[in-house]
Write a protein that binds this ligand. Structure first.
Ligand code: FPP
Ligand code: MG
Ligand code: MG
Length: 439
């Protein structure tokens, strides 16, 4: 039964974790350079939506409600490996045969990545234990850290995104590129990724390392698809629908199938309908890569860390995928419907950036001539206005909302496979509010 507290605020079940999030992230991103510290902590200072860590933490709680008998016993090493300081010159905590001693480690040893713990501590070997033993408030230490990691990756991508999008505002303040210059914003993003990578490695879980590394590559691929509307396949790579590299060498003589290809002027051999379908496929693939990849893979990682069985892990992945697609489609819709002040960043920006998102694709389905404008990225005077009028005329925004609604319902279906709990209700609430959000 939900308590009255959790009924009023479903997220109160993780409010303690959420209020500590910024502080914990701060402890992972300290550097010896005061200016770097300012830039890399800048986006964490303003109130963000924190959707990704919320998903990790609440999903973690929902997953630990699965009976132990239906979960795998997973190897867990002692979690203090998560918390060693990472930069040179800091006194390191080290363990000799199970006894903790404070000892200053040579900065050079740290710089060269020689971790004294790994060498000295025979007790740090993975043990076959029940995850519950380490859980506090139904969340494992590694899942907490996962929440911090995903917010760091996301924030790194925002610093870069605002440079790429020539944005001037984020979270109601000047964006990083404006407050500190493009160069510093890019470097701070790289730094956050570096520190996130250290934290990822310390999760000591190869599958989770692979998931999160793939997600970083997916984010870049998604941005590239948005930069240049070209096919993603090269001769050397085959990429599945989620952008994961499956095979490296192509068998000789076999021509790779080109995925997600469409033309802005429908070729004679293809009908307009089929061509627009291909454009939607391209759009959805790009949307998966830039947003849903992180959400699906963080959900999967939270499940892997809980010792869940394969079916549950797969369902969590699908949940994150559907939620992520819904989230970005709503984002693209809000770009048409919101004002700068209400979303804390520039609105009505996508057409000006030359981006064809769902609302204009729905209009294009009805009006084939819009293809020419999409092709020239709305660059001629009046193009943006014509496109906006077409979106209004053909109810592009409403159709986009319906599309987001479809993914939202599928995400809710995925959640129903988890045992009933306050945490599951909170996830249902979160899923619905992603659809109805206004910023
Ligand atoms: C926001 O989209 C941007 C993203 C979801 C991903 C951006 C990814 C990169 C720049 C690739 C580099 C990645 C890393 C990890 C450094 P948006 O521009 O549509 O949304 P906005 O309105 O919030 O700016
Ligand atoms: Mg962008
Ligand atoms: Mg942007």
């Amino acid at each position: 039964q939900p308590t009255s507290k959790s009924f009023n605020d479903p997220f109160s079940i993780v409010s303690h974790e959420m209020s500590n999030l910024a502080k914990l992230i701060a402890s992972l991103i300290g550097s010896g350079h005061p200016m770097l510290n300012r830039v890399s902590s800048y986006y964490f200072e303003a109130e963000g939506k924190n959707v990704r860590p919320l998903i990790v933490l609440i999903l973690a709680k929902a997953l630990l409600k699965i009976p132990v008998s239906e979960r795998n016993r997973i190897p867990i090493d002692s979690s203090d490996v998560l918390d060693q300081p990472v930069y040179p010159g800091t006194p390191q905590q080290t363990v000799v045969a199970g006894n903790s001693v404070n000892k200053s480690i040579s900065p050079l040893r740290v710089l060269h990545g020689i971790n004294p713990r790994v060498i000295l501590d025979p007790l740090s070997k993975p043990m076959d234990r029940l995850p519950e033993l380490d859980a506090a408030n139904g969340i494992l230490p590694k899942q907490r850290r996962l929440a911090e990691i995903v917010e760091m990756i996301h924030t790194a991508s925002l610093l870069h995104d605002d440079v790429i999008d020539l944005s001037d505002a984020r979270r109601g303040r000047p964006s990083g590129n404006i407050a500190f210059t493009n160069k510093m914003a890019v470097l701070a993003g790289d730094f956050l990724l570096g520190r996130a990578s250290v934290a990822i490695a310390r999760l000591r879980n190869p599958e989770v390392i692979e998931l999160l590394s793939t997600t970083i590559a997916n984010l870049v691929e998604g941005e590239f698809m948005q930069l240049k509307n070209t096919v993603i396949n090269s001769d050397e790579l085959t990429v599945n629908n989620d952008g994961d590299v499956k095979t490296i060498p192509q068998p000789t003589g076999k021509v790779p199938v080109k995925q997600h290809e469409y033309s802005v002027t429908t070729p004679q051999e293809v009908d307009h309908e089929t061509n627009v379908d291909a454009a939607f496929e391209y759009y959805l693939h790009k949307t998966y890569l830039k947003t849903a990849s992180l959400m699906s893979k963080l959900s999967r990682a939270a499940a892997v860390l809980s010792g869940a069985q394969e079916g549950v892990i797969e369902n969590c992945y699908e949940y994150g995928r559907n939620l992520g697609l819904c989230f970005q489609i709503v984002d693209d819709m809000l770009d048409y419907t919101s004002s700068d002040a209400s979303i804390g960043k520039p609105s009505q920006a996508d057409l000006k950036l030359g981006l064809a998102t769902a609302p204009i694709l729905f209009a294009w389905r009805e009006e084939p001539q819009l293809g020419a404008l999409i092709g020239r990225k709305f660059s001629e005077p009046g193009d943006v206005e014509i496109a906006r009028e077409a979106v209004r005329k053909y109810n592009g925004v409403e159709k986009t909302r319906e599309m987001a609604h479809k993914y939202c319902s599928q995400a809710l279906d995925n959640l129903r496979t988890l045992p009933e709990s306050d945490a599951r209700s909170a996830l249902e609430f979160l899923t619905n509010s992603i659809l109805t959000r206004t910023k």
